[in-house]
Design a protein around this ligand. Structure first.
Ligand SMILES: [Zn+2]
Length: 183
């Protein structure tokens, strides 16, 4: 499998560089980059924050491109035996899961049930896409998905959650500085 070519494989649909700089996505990218510089965020951190907390669609594409690239790097390093098309699907699932987590079905996202912490989600209110649906998307059966793909998906989610942690840390530090400056 040629994971090096993964970036160009996906370029047709969402890579803003492929459009020669005239798409709004590319302008958006430049806007995101300068906004990120101001806040001390990296490009992908800024895009992640805009996508997750502001619902910015163009930023979702930026995060998706970064996750697909990361998936390619992980696959190359780990010598994953995964088809490029499956790798892209895993990256898409991970991005979706990180940016717009489903609500827990048991407690409807409230985190509690009959005044007790919801056992299903541990009180977070967050649910997960069913692994049956994920397996179907990747094109394998459920047991194969659990055996061969779940950990790879977790690796990609780890990459995204690291971005989120970094955003939270930087925001916390900034708020802390602000509080200190005011007192
Ligand atoms: Zn719940």
């Amino acid at each position: 499998m040629n994971v090096e070519g993964l970036g160009s494989l996906t370029a047709g649909t969402i890579n803003p560089a492929a459009t020669g700089g005239h798409s709004s996505a590319r302008d958006k990218l430049i806007g995101v980059e300068s906004a990120g510089d101001l806040a001390g965020f990296t490009l992908v951190e800024t895009a992640y924050a805009l996508a997750k907390y502001m619902g910015d669609e163009a930023s979702v594409s930026v995060v998706l491109i970064a996750t697909r690239k990361q998936a390619g790097d992980l696959a190359a390093k780990g010598r994953w035996k995964v088809r490029p098309s499956q790798l892209l699907i895993l990256a898409d699932i991970a991005t979706h899961e990180a940016l717009s987590p489903c609500r827990c079905k048991k407690c409807a996202g409230t985190g509690s049930k009959q005044n007790k912490v919801c056992l299903s989600c541990g009180g977070s209110g967050l649910g997960h896409e069913s692994t049956v649906a994920m397996a179907r998307a990747v094109g394998v059966d459920n047991s194969v998905f659990h055996r061969c793909y779940k950990e790879k998906l977790a690796n990609m989610l780890g990459y995204l959650y690291d971005i989120e942690s970094s955003i939270r840390l930087k925001l916390a530090l900034r708020n802390n500085n602000w509080t200190t400056a005011q007192s």
